[in-house]
Write a protein of this length. Structure first.
Lengths: 626, 375
């Protein structure tokens, strides 16, 4: 440990016997890094993700995030992990831009295991960067406290921190002085329970801007505005409520007497509550919205919880895709290694899972890390069974299990970044719910800051429809970490690991698309055209031509739902029209909507907007006709 | 507020806040600990045992050292968890970090439920049904034990706050309304200053009126009252009077009557389990009262026509009023008890020192403080 931090640690210990805290400054010699902690994260949830990652690295079994929603005046993150010694704290305060975990210092500090500097003392692969990660809270507040204790210590260590706002002029150009990043007071307090351990981080004085974001301020303003002017923006289907006004401490009561709109009950167990949330989002597929989006269904707080559940190490809400006995319910394949990989079908017997048939299944996520945010206990909101179907002929999903290892033989490690090794699954289904799950999610040792990338790492292929039907996860076992940008939410696209992974992914996706086309054709050939429509066969043929011209395999079925008459065939896009329309008017509207859908123009629309569009079309066309 | 008129900053001073030195306060004195263990702790233990509680839900007004919660936790039988919700408004010289440190520490204790928390809202906020405080109270309730440990008088002018704000009694009303959901008995602890001069006039009149109703309309009540307040004398103007010495007891009777009325409105019986008093100002008459009440829901028939049969007879206010007033004879004057029994005082100091040490105070310094304060 550097001498400066050693001195600070000694001073912290000295507070055990006298009452005055150590008052010091947060410093870093790296001005660039000091800057970097400021504002690089796009969402308030990013800061929480970093704190949760730190707790994971500290071998915590429980993390409890308490947000004071929907007021958000104080956020507390509390864990039962190893805690920090005064030496750890001193080092942290003197190195806010660096990370101790991945070097020998990490071992010296007791933050990494003796055998492996990349693992925690408890054996977990380290996922956070405590130096930068902790100060990501500056996104949410400039003042916070850390209260921490290690097992066996008769004292706990308390640090009260004010972060400084970065200001170019405060740093002289040729200064060797460490940059002051904030003020700290640190002291030791007697602890009653010597054996207890854990860390509590208290963020008070939440920045007004961050509070507004967490409170879904913009959403509510828009919704209030349009309800006055008669527009169609509504509050999200599910929300945690809001305050009557920014200055008030009163909750806004809705017309039904409740404050919030949540799919779980107050007395529900937190894990059940989260399952209900997930089910409620999936249930949106039964509604008219063409492709349910999280942002229409959930408010900012619930979206944050959802995104955190994807980002952290956690179990799957409905089971791990490698460990579900699909039987006949999915078409399974294995992709062999290398860029010229081949697909081999896997026929799963009763009770067989992908993990039992391939040797590269990622380790099952353990449930020894439970993260709770207020009423919700997080798990991965991904489903692989009972997936929604459409009128498309191919009803069952396709699941490809894959793995690869690239050693970059012949290139020194200093240039390649070492070995890259990963497993993955690629899922095709006629509908991916919610839309935000379309894409690829890269998970490094169980954690992901990037979430689903709907561009599939810039896959430049015109498969507009099919891209929306694919969701995949890549589980990195070795490598890639060095390619993460400092916010851990994006990749350095020049890094060899990213270049290789991108190429691999694009090849794998091409294989998936090929097999999907083949299976789709087979399914269409097998099934008889059961669809009976009241429409002219020629018209239907025309529509099919439009759809296939836009790259789709088949036309989606569009139908109007009128009062007193629901269509008698299954429809992919069902739009309610309150005003009665004649058969001819209905056909006209359905055709227009069908063509718009073929051009993917209806995808972003909420149910309300879609109905409004249809009503507007109906009224306007009626004016032309009359 | 900022110059810009935009709401940008939540933190507006770039400086460390001076940390107050931990000092011993009057409520750290041995007699308070006597009340804490011999009244509060005792009553909670009985409730747990008699009704086989597996979890204790607690609503209170803890100080930043969370002393009371620690004490309750320590008295719990194993396997029983304490789930607390505290309203702790920080006064000028209070240290918010001390509160958070206490919460961090207490929540690591094995028998504390993880959802336990302290809000910095004023408890009076619960009187507004839509407030965040009210919603939190409802969410974590109803409670097995409600501890209103007030610094001032429950009927005092500080309880009657400026127009637009809410008095304490409205908060108590709201709390009873929530507790109405309970089917099993619960414990209400109230600590209040009793000084005549602190009572708001309009409130005093209403309290007197209630008491006088019993004096007039309830057999035996006057006699029972005179047994414990021998100098009781209602004036023609409807005001009440008695000697200074007995004022504390009379105040207790007024308070009990008020709470009994609230309880009956909520279809519950109220029973005085313990009453203790001592003197804060050091005068010869006690000016602080601590009472423990057990409140038992008794489902009442709703049908005023009496057609739907009642599962319980109507609650007899007179009977309960009489009982509670009689029990005031056992009002324990703690200063007297402790100053006349050295061994007891010494035990209490030593227990308190243990508790204080767990709350991060220095045990030796505490013992010095305790010995110097007498009781």
């Amino acid at each position: 440990m550097d001498p400066d931090a050693t001195d600070l640690a000694r001073d912290i210990h000295a507070t055990e016997s006298h009452e005055q805290p150590v008052a010091t400054r947060l410093t870093t010699s790296e001005r660039v890094l000091a800057r970097v902690t400021d504002g690089i994260y796009r969402q308030p949830g990013s800061a929480l993700r970093e704190l949760i990652s730190n707790a994971y690295d500290a071998d915590a079994e429980h993390v409890y995030v308490s947000t004071d929603r929907p007021r958000f005046s104080r956020i507390v993150v509390s864990d039962d992990g190893r805690g920090m010694t005064p030496e750890n704290v001193a080092h942290l305060l003197r190195n806010i831009g660096g990370s101790t975990k991945r070097r020998r210092e990490g071992q010296e500090q007791g933050l990494a295991s003796d055998d492996d500097p990349d693992r925690s003392p408890g054996g977990r692969r380290l996922i956070g960067r405590i130096g930068i990660g902790l100060f990501s809270v500056s996104q949410l507040t400039q003042t916070f406290q850390i209260i921490t204790k290690t097992r066996g210590d008769r004292f706990q260590t308390v640090a009260s921190i004010i972060m400084r706002q970065f200001d170019d002029r405060s740093v002289s150009a040729d200064s060797d002085e460490p940059f002051e990043a904030g003020l700290v007071e640190v002291w030791r307090e007697r602890a009653s329970d010597v054996d207890s351990q854990g860390t509590r981080i208290v963020l008070d004085n939440i920045r007004p801007g961050a509070r507004r974001t967490l409170q879904s301020y913009d959403l509510w303003v828009a919704s209030d505005e349009t309800s006055r002017t008669g527009g169609t923006t509504r509050p999200p289907t599910y929300h945690v409520g809001r305050l009557v006004s920014e200055e008030s401490d009163d909750l806004d009561r809705q017309s039904d007497g409740s404050y919030d709109a949540l799919p779980w009950e107050a007395h529900d167990d937190p894990a059940d509550a989260f399952t209900k949330l997930v089910n409620a989002v999936w249930a949106q597929t039964g509604q008219q919205a063409t492709h349910p989006r999280l942002e229409n269904t959930l408010d900012a707080y619930l979206q944050m919880a959802w995104n955190l559940s994807l980002a952290i190490p956690a179990t799957y809400v409905d089971g791990d895709p490698f460990r579900i006995p699909f039987g006949d319910a999915a078409h399974c394949f294995q992709l062999s290694e290398g860029l010229n990989a081949k697909l081999q079908p896997i026929k799963l017997g009763n009770d067989e899972t992908l993990a039992s048939r391939v040797d590269f299944a990622p380790a099952a996520s353990t449930d020894d890390f439970r993260v709770r945010i207020d009423d919700l206990e997080l798990s991965r909101p991904l489903r692989f069974t009972d997936l929604p179907t459409t009128t498309a002929a191919l009803k069952q999903p396709i699941l490809i299990a894959a793995s690869d290892e690239q050693r970059f033989d012949g290139v020194p490690r200093e240039l390649s970044g070492g070995t890259l090794r990963f497993s993955a699954y690629l899922l095709w289904n006629s509908k991916i719910v919610p839309s935000e799950h379309q894409g690829v999610l890269v998970r490094i040792y169980g954690a992901s800051g990037t979430l689903f990338d709907s561009s599939f790492m810039r896959w430049q292929v015109a498969e507009i429809t099919r891209r929306k039907q694919i969701s995949c996860e890549i589980f990195i076992h070795e490598g890639l970490e060095g390619a993460l940008n400092i916010d851990r939410e994006s990749f350095n696209y020049a890094h060899p690991h990213v270049v290789y992974l991108t190429a691999w992914l694009h090849k794998a996706l091409t294989r998936l698309v090929t097999v999907q086309k083949r299976l789709g054709t087979e399914a269409r050939n097998e099934r008889e055209k059961e669809r009976v429509t009241a429409r002219d066969a020629a018209l239907q043929q025309k529509l099919e031509t439009v759809w296939s011209g836009r790259g789709h395999d088949e036309a989606a079925a569009v139908a109007l739902d009128q009062p007193g008459g629901s269509p008698d065939y299954p429809a992919d896009i069902l739009v309610s029209l309150a005003e009665p329309a004649s058969a001819a008017e209905q056909t006209r509207l359905e055709v227009i909507l069908s063509i718009l859908a073929a051009y993917s123009l209806l995808d972003g629309l909420s149910t309300a907007d879609l109905e409004a569009l249809t009503a507007d079309l109906h009224q306007t066309l009626a004016t032309i006709d009359s | 507020m900022t110059d810009s008129g935009l709401d940008i900053f939540a933190t507006t001073t770039y400086a460390a806040k001076p940390r107050p030195k931990p000092e011993f306060k009057p409520w750290h004195r041995p007699r308070k600990h006597f009340v804490r263990s011999r009244q509060w702790g005792e009553q909670l233990s009985r409730l747990i045992t008699e009704f086989r509680l597996s979890e204790v839900r607690y609503l209170g007004l803890p100080g930043s050292d969370l002393l009371d919660i620690r004490a309750f936790h320590d008295g719990l039988p194993l396997e029983i968890k304490l789930r607390y919700l505290g309203f702790s408004t920080l006064k000028n010289d209070d240290d918010p970090v001390a509160l958070q440190t206490s919460v961090a520490e207490v929540n690591r204790l094995p028998q504390i439920h993880e959802e336990s928390n302290v809000l910095t809202d004023d408890i009076r906020e619960i009187a507004r049904q839509d407030s965040v405080a009210s919603e939190r109270m409802r969410k974590h309730g109803p409670y097995d034990i409600v501890n209103l440990d007030l610094c001032d008088s429950i009927f005092g002018e500080s309880s009657v706050v400026p127009l637009g704000s809410v008095p304490l009694y409205s908060a108590i009303d709201a709390m009873f309304r929530l507790q109405r959901q309970r089917h099993s008995p619960w414990l209400l602890l109230i600590t209040s200053r009793v000084d005549r001069g602190l009572i708001d006039e309009s409130v005093a009149l209403k309290l007197s009126t209630r008491l006088l109703e019993n004096v007039d309309g309830c057999d035996g009540f006057l006699a029972n009252l005179r047994d414990v307040v021998s100098s009781f004398s209602p004036t023609d103007g409807g005001e009440l009077d008695c000697s200074d010495e007995e004022w504390c007891t009379l105040f207790s009777a007024l308070l009990l009557k008020w709470l009994l009325g609230l309880a009956i409105q909520c279809d519950a019986k109220l029973e005085l389990r313990s009453a203790m008093s001592y003197s804060v100002k050091g005068s010869e008459h006690d000016d602080l009262l601590s009472i423990a009440l057990r409140i038992t829901p008794v489902a009442q028939a709703l049908d005023p026509a009496g057609i739907a049969p009642a599962s319980n007879p109507p609650i007899d206010e007179c009977l309960l009023a009489n009982r509670s007033v009689r029990r005031l004879a056992a009002l324990l004057r703690v200063d007297e008890v402790l100053s006349s029994d050295e061994d007891l005082l010494s035990d209490v100091i030593s227990e308190a020192a243990d508790l204080m040490e767990r709350a991060r105070y220095d045990a030796n310094d505490f013992v010095d403080f305790a010995m110097a304060s007498g009781t």
